[in-house]
Design a binder for this molecule. Structure first.
Ligand SMILES: Cc1cc2nc3c(=O)[nH]c(=O)nc-3n(C[C@H](O)[C@H](O)[C@H](O)COP(=O)(O)OP(=O)(O)OC[C@H]3O[C@@H](n4cnc5c(N)ncnc54)[C@H](O)[C@@H]3O)c2cc1C
Length: 494
């Protein structure tokens, strides 16, 4: 049996590990942290449980092809409780509450009540959401792979996809902000800008809202950490080994072939290595010399990071009467990590059991932007902790203004900066997704090295914008390349 080493026990690494084991390889995963999951994680502070990863999962609906892949890797099963947040979020504007409903017809009616003068733009938005709702993310096999379960895109899915191609092309030409300007009402502009953020290509709005409208994009009971532990359990139940606290310092290459890794000063030999640590970092740092293959250079040149500031707040009050996600426009912008925010968005976990002591609530707030350099400078100048405290105080003040019930009730605060994510996950810029701006092509980078044999890559960077489905799919794909190169039949139910 061929021995495979995987670098990283994030979702991509666990996915690769499971598919490789199912296909008959002997697999060991080296993970630098003490737990599985990478960016798919959550943490506890003084009785409060903060969801630090998964907000909505593409493929959580049984109707999608991806569901079976998530099931195969143990992330969920038929009994997993999936929460479909609806409205997906609520935008507070003056005395109005504008709701982003999943159902496009309900959304259409609601938005027309808010702004009849935007009838044309609203109708067009909701019509296109319906078009995108018919499109599923496919689970595809690579060319020439021998597999026990062939995956073919159903003809109806192919047809739905063909129908949105012209829309994809036109929405990809503009940013979310530019798209929002098609609406006259400031509240609808604000709502549209809050779906995925202002700077992304407007296409992201339609893929997101289409996914939500189709009944997909749920939150799994237990959140990120449970999902990661479920996948790790599936892997170890199959017989795989995860070596925790094992940071890989070097991938060994001899005579143009990957031959193993060095971790904690020890050499481990293997027949192939799959690297799932952030590809941008890994191709530079994990080899004797940085790798300069054209696709790696292109990836490094094109990459734009989501490297956000994440604030966790535990409040000693029950906020279950408020929406699960709330966005408040700010009269005056706030600066976090050197980026200006004009909206204050709060995730409210009051309705989830076990996320906070009885009668209390766990809240999280994400400030978007690539804030890595800013935080890095603060660390170097010794102002890092003081800056985090400043941001916590600002968030508490905003909470008191927008949700007066929280005044004087703050029990726990915790800030994760890109430096935190960099420390725990080893990602470039502490980033957990890639920003795809207007006009950028949806590139899929190769899952294998062109110059070094037996060396494969998977993870969020291989297919921008990344995210959990990409991690899952690229882990699966890397194993398909491995199977093809070793003339092995690819197994796994999906
Ligand atoms: C706040 C937040 C919200 C998010 N919301 C969503 C969402 O709603 N939906 C969605 O789909 N996605 C979401 N994501 C993104 C998603 O979590 C990530 O894109 C995904 O988890 C990336 O998985 P990965 O396996 O590619 O990489 P990673 O998670 O980065 O995993 C890489 C693993 O490799 C390990 N590693 C790195 N270097 C080494 C080394 N040298 N040796 C050994 N191990 C190493 C790391 O410790 C890590 O465990 C969110 C992320 C965050 C942080």
């Amino acid at each position: 049996m061929k021995k495979i080493i995987i670098v990283g026990a994030g979702v991509a690494g666990l996915s690769a590990g499971i598919y490789a084991f199912q296909s008959g390889f002997d697999v060991t995963i080296f993970e630098q942290h003490t737990i599985p999951g990478g960016n798919c994680t959550s943490w506890k502070r003084k009785g409060y449980f903060f969801e630090g990863g998964l907000h909505w999962l593409t493929g959580s609906s049984k109707k999608t092809p991806l569901y079976n892949a998530w099931k195969n890797v143990g992330a969920l099963d038929d009994n997993t409780k999936v929460f479909l947040k609806d409205p997906f979020f609520t935008y507070y504007y003056c005395d109005k509450k504008i709701c982003l409903y999943r159902d496009p017809d309900k959304l259409n009616k609601h938005l027309l009540e808010v702004s009849p003068e935007d009838e044309k733009a609203i109708n067009s938005l909701c019509k296109d959401i319906k078009r995108f709702a018919k499109v599923n993310m496919p689970v595809q096999d690579i060319k020439g792979i021998k597999t026990v379960n062939k995956n073919k895109m159903p003809f109806s899915d192919l047809l739905s996809f063909l129908k949105i191609i012209p829309k994809m092309s036109s929405y990809n030409k503009i940013s979310c902000f530019e798209y929002s300007q098609r609406f006259k009402h400031p509240a609808i502009r604000g709502l549209v800008n809050s779906v995925v953020g202002e700077n992304l290509s407007a296409l992201a709005i339609f893929f997101t809202l289409g996914c939500l409208a189709s009944g997909d994009g749920g939150y799994l009971e237990g959140g990120s950490l449970k999902m990661a532990h479920n996948m790790a359990k599936r892997f170890t139940d199959l017989g795989g080994e995860i070596k925790y606290s094992s940071k890989v310092d070097k991938v060994l290459v001899e005579n143009g072939k990957a031959t193993g890794v060095v971790a904690n000063g020890q050499v481990t030999i293997a027949d192939a290595v799959i690297v799932t640590a952030d590809t941008v970092n890994a191709t530079i740092k994990l080899f004797d010399k940085p790798l300069h293959e054209p696709w790696m250079e292109k990836m490094r040149k094109n990459v734009k990071y989501f490297a956000n500031t994440f604030v966790c707040i535990g409040v000693e009050t029950d906020l279950s009467d408020l929406p699960q996600n709330m966005a408040f426009p700010l009269e005056k912008s706030v600066s976090v990590g050197g980026e200006n925010s004009y909206t204050f968005e709060v995730n409210n976990y009051a309705t989830f059991k076990g996320y906070a002591p009885d009668g209390c609530t766990a809240l999280t707030v994400i400030f978007m932007g690539d804030t890595y350099e800013y935080w890095h400078k603060k660390k170097q100048s010794g102002e890092y902790e003081a800056e985090k405290e400043k941001i916590v105080n600002m968030v508490i003040k905003l909470l008191e203004q927008k949700i007066p019930k929280t005044a004087g009730k703050i029990a726990v605060t915790n800030v994760a900066t890109p430096l935190t994510y960099e420390r725990y996950c080893g990602t470039s810029h502490g980033s957990w997704m890639t920003l795809v701006e207007k006009g950028q092509k949806m590139i899929t980078y190769p899952s294998k090295s062109e110059n070094i044999k037996n060396l494969y890559f998977a993870g969020q960077r291989i297919q921008p914008p990344g995210g959990l489905p990409v991690a899952l799919d690229t882990g699966r794909k890397a194993v398909q390349y491995l199977c093809k190169d070793t003339d092995t039949i690819f197994q796994g139910k999906m």
